[in-house]
Design a protein around this ligand. Structure first.
Ligand code: B3K
Ligand code: ZN
Length: 955
């Protein structure tokens, strides 16, 4: 175990070499509608010891501890080496017990190079080794070496051989929820990224792909259901009230996709007939009482299967697809081959207990995990640095799926908001890393918004450049070339390029350079020449370890509007001295994609008869910060008329950001705050426009969040951001009271809950109106919101009313919160919403309430969802977490230290809230720094927390 001293000295060394390190974090993991299971709270937008013993001689360790070893080792992409040995087949046997579980593996091994004399190095953690046999013979003690991380086998036969290893593990003591563990009495596994090494000794790396069988033996009464990957080929009874099941997966897979579940579960069963006529049995497994709540998950699965056939021509490849919901899960879900394991939160839903947001998240994540069957499972990653190869691509696929199932514009707005709120701050902080990171200590710290969400933006840019057909051609070639392989981001790039004979210039920079590019555009119109020029300049800010950046390839989708807001048809554009005609197919073209590849570059539209208003970066065609010279009048015109729905919303957001920043300056100088009447008028027009999609209106009248505003301030000032946002909200509510009341009236419905676009859009609009009205704190509005709370027949409406009331301290708030708990105390997912709502409250001094909730009987630090709700929720209130007295920081510091002993992955996510401490004033900086130093001085700190905390501090 690493001593306190060795850790501190490593820290000093690492601090000195800071420019060399680029550690990643799950910093600012998003809290909404995603694979990361934070509970969604409608606020801003209203809305990972040496335990390994010699062969069967030493005693069983008292407690299974998470990896708290010596000096953390940093792993580099540039050091990737092909494995010396490959595995052909793996036969696993699990004997599941109450004290211990015995795992036997039989592996057919072959050398990469015939006659190789290299040792075989296997990963293993927190395991007790019982025996090793090669070609059915026990091996001598001198022939292998065991340390806290590896089993190294030295003398090996030449050519192919069989390796049999028997180990003992202790799932009941495994609170890290990684490897084999127990959740609510059931056994389950989580192997990605490096959890399989906690199950048995193995080459735990994704480029080792093998065919698996898995035999599970367990008590028949305690564990009636025994599941693993692939097809069930045999089952039967054993002595001593035991039974067994034998599973065979016909597809080669990396060990991170292995899964096992054993327990008391029941299933909702359905079927899906693929387009080639294969009937697939679909089963969603939960404890018996929850089966009724799996209807929406089953609907989502079938919709996803159909969509992947329709859009990508991709069919499911087995006769059985299982989903299991478990209440204790670090992430949102896991795409194990044919046995997806999900956090219950992303499976269970009923109108009474789940909100529209939950329904949408379930749709998206069920889709996401299903889509991984091709993008991640059939074609996987060569090494973990390539994570975005599967995650960025699969996020892109789930985004497109959700778009097609609902409103494309609103989905895009939500995804871009997520990018701005969570990824932009990461890209601008000490944890900034490229979409394909260069190094890591703990891979689990790299499941970030950068790898996922920015990675999805990178995939989206291929599509923007190639068009739908070209992108599909690229995908087809990718699968044709790489099915059954473990590949790299370059392989994906090459498939896109080759299928389209495309010139992607410096596009690969998107995988290697961190930081959000800042692109400035200056426009000018020449009336005489009838030309309109757009001059672009780009700068990628320095990030840790990358002080100097190269220009990026930025696809900028552009349209031009005339002074009445009408689209101008585009004919040609000069670039680099050559005139390029815009392909038209005989139809007028209103949007073209400019390829910005240099530091400075000019594009000149010809044949433009009046000064146009450019609609730039349509659909948010690249993940950049765009600075334009558009006037407020230009922006109001775009807000009113842009045919690009995303840019119409964006114009309103740019105006809101400008207004908020100027009011922040006023607030800081103690000047009175005044709302710009033009802004009010702009929002009023949107609110009153009945031709607009209601969900779009709800988004358009939502102000940018406090985190987003803090991110664009010179020095982040949470108090100013909060005061200004609250001020504007109240002013708007006051001025638009009549319209808002009408909006609530007109959008109520007593009809049965339906999750479809018109209904969820209607509820979204009504509930944002309600939140605005509640901010007024007058008796009429309080009565109205209370009425809505009582009259609500579904969780969307009920929780929205509760959240609206909870904005304001007082008896009404206390009563309704108590009522809500008493109604829902038996439903742990709803109780988590209740925790999150209170935790995220901006009520002054809320840290004390949150401390009290820590000892609430429903709270448990061992359950990640509860931690994400209460602790994660608290950190999402800038005014309280960043309270100037340091009480929020002290609270988080204490929790992280305690949590790290239980679950390092979860603790590491929580400590990420400190990462941007340098963005604040000196007082806050010192307070946050002191907490980070205290955490780092903790004896036995996990590598997970160490990586995030030390990098945050060293920045
Ligand atoms: N691939 C999993 C996440 C694995 C978690 C590693 N600690 C979920 C997903 O992105 O689909
Ligand atoms: Zn994924």
């Amino acid at each position: 175990m690493g001593s306190r001293h060795s850790r501190v000295s490593f820290l000093r060394n690492s601090a000195k070499q800071v420019s060399r390190y680029r550690f990643l974090t799950s910093e600012a993991v998003c809290r909404r509608n995603c694979r990361f299971p934070y509970t969604s709270v409608p606020r801003d937008r209203q809305g990972s010891s040496r335990l390994i013993c010699s062969v069967a001689t030493e005693t069983v360790p008292e407690q299974v501890e998470e990896s708290k070893m010596g000096t953390p080792k940093e792993i580099f992409l540039k050091d990737y080496k092909m494995p010396d040995y490959y595995f052909d087949t793996v036969d696993l046997k699990f004997s599941l017990g109450e004290e211990k579980t015995i795992v036997t593996s039989k592996i057919a091994v072959f050398p990469r190079v015939e006659g190789s004399s290299s040792p075989l190095v296997l990963d293993g953690k927190d395991l007790k080794l019982l025996s090793i046999r090669i070609n059915s013979k026990d091996i001598k003690e001198d022939d292998y070496q065991l340390d806290s991380r590896h089993l190294t086998i030295k003398s090996l036969p030449s050519g192919t051989f069989t390796l049999e290893i028997e180990t003992e593990t202790y799932p009941q003591k495994n609170t890290s929820l990684e490897g084999l563990y127990k959740s609510s009495g059931n056994f389950c596994t989580q192997c990605e990224a490096e959890g399989f090494r906690k199950i048995t000794f193995y080459q735990d790396r994704p480029d080792i792909m093998a065919k698996y069988t898995c035999r599970i033996e367990a008590d028949r009464s305690l564990y009636p259901v025994l599941l693993s990957n692939g097809n069930l080929i045999e089952q039967g009874d054993l002595e001593g009230n035991k039974h067994y099941a034998l599973w065979e997966d016909p597809f080669k897979k990396p060990c991170y996709l292995f899964a096992l579940v054993a327990g008391q579960l029941e299933s909702r069963d359905d079927t899906f007939v693929t387009r080639s006529g294969r009937t697939v049995a679909l089963r969603i497994w939960t404890p018996a009482q929850d089966v009724p709540k799996t209807a929406h998950a089953m609907y989502s699965l079938k919709a996803a299967m159909k969509w992947d056939e329709d859009v990508f021509g991709l069919e499911y490849d087995l006769d059985l697809f299982n989903i299991v919901a478990v209440p204790d899960f670090n992430m949102g879900a896991m795409e194990n081959k044919s046995l997806n394991i999900f956090n219950s939160k992303l499976v269970l839903a009923s109108p009474e207990t789940a909100s529209d947001g939950d329904y949408a998240a379930i749709l998206g994540v069920i889709g996401h995990e299903y889509f991984h069957n091709w993008t991640g499972n059939r074609v996987t990653c060569r090494d973990w640095f390539q994570l975005s190869l599967k995650e960025g691509l699969t996020v892109f696929r789930d985004q497109e799926f959700s778009s097609d199932m609902g409103s494309r514009t609103v989905k895009r707005i939500g995804d871009v908001s997520k990018l701005r709120t969570y990824q932009f701050p990461q890209d601008a902080g000490p944890m900034a890393h490229p979409v394909r990171p260069h190094s890591y200590i703990k891979m689990d710290n790299f499941y970030t918004v950068t790898v996922y969400e920015k990675g999805a933006e990178v995939v989206r840019m291929y599509k923007t450049l190639l068009g739908t057909e070209g992108f599909r051609k690229g995908m087809d070639l990718y699968f044709k070339r790489h099915d059954g392989q473990a590949v790299t981001c370059e392989d994906f790039f090459a498939a896109m390029r080759d299928a389209n004979n495309a010139d992607f210039a410096n596009f690969l920079q998107w995988y290697s350079q961190a930081g959000t590019p800042v692109v400035k555009v200056a426009s000018s119109y020449n009336a005489e020449a009838r030309t309109f020029s757009l001059k672009f300049s780009q700068e990628v800010p320095p990030t840790p370890g990358q002080p100097v950046k190269e220009p990026m390839f930025i696809p900028v989708a552009v349209g031009l509007l005339d002074s009445t807001g009408k689209e101008i048809s585009l004919s040609s554009v000069y670039h680099d001295g050559t005139l390029q005609y815009i392909a038209s197919n005989g139809q007028p073209v209103y949007t073209t994609v400019l390829r910005v590849t240099k530091k400075e570059e000019e594009f000149v539209f010809s044949d433009v008869s009046e000064r146009p208003i450019p609609s730039l970066l349509r659909g948010y065609s690249a993940p950049i910060r765009l600075e334009t010279d558009l006037t407020d009048d230009d922006l109001y015109l775009l807000l009113a008329y842009d045919s690009d729905g995303f840019n119409r919303w964006e114009a309103g957001q740019v105006l809101a950001r400008k207004l908020m920043l100027s009011l922040v300056a006023d607030f800081q100088q103690n000047k009175p705050l005044v709302l710009n009447p033009k802004f009010l008028h702009g929002l009023k027009s949107i609110l009153s426009d009945s031709s607009l999609d209601k969900e779009f209106v709800a988004k358009a009248i939502t102000l940018p969040g406090e985190v987003e505003i803090m991110d664009i301030m010179e020095v982040a000032d949470p108090d100013a951001a909060h005061a200004v946002r609250t001020f504007i909200k109240k002013q708007l509510a006051n001025e638009l009271k009549a319209e808002l009341l009408r909006t609530v009236e007109n959008n109520r419905s007593s009809e049965e809950y339906v999750f479809d676009h018109p209904n969820l859009a209607r509820r979204a609009l009504k509930n944002i109106a309600l939140a605005y009205l509640a901010s007024l704190e007058d008796s009429t509005c309080t009565e109205l919101v209370l009425h809505e709370y009582k009259a609500a027949t579904n969780m969307t409406d009920q929780f929205a009313a509760l959240a609206a009331i909870a904005q304001n301290p007082g008896k009404a708030r206390d009563d309704v919160l108590a009522d809500f708990y008493s109604k829902w105390q038996d439903d742990f997912l709803v109780v988590n919403k209740w925790f999150a709502l209170q935790a995220a409250s901006d009520i002054p001094g809320n840290v004390e309430n949150v401390r009290k909730l820590l000892s609430h009987p429903a709270f448990d630090l061992r359950n990640p969802n509860k931690v994400y709700s209460l602790i994660g929720g608290f950190c999402s209130s800038p005014v309280n977490f960043h309270g100037k007295d340091g009480s929020g920081y002290k609270f988080l510091g204490e929790i992280v230290t305690e949590l790290d002993k239980i679950n390092p992955q979860v603790a590491s996510r929580m400590v990420s809230a400190f990462s941007r401490w340098k963005r604040f004033d000196v007082t806050r900086q010192n307070l946050a720094k002191a907490q980070l130093e205290k955490i780092l001085s903790t004896n036995g700190l996990s590598e997970n927390v160490f990586e995030i905390a030390s990098k945050s501090l060293a920045a």
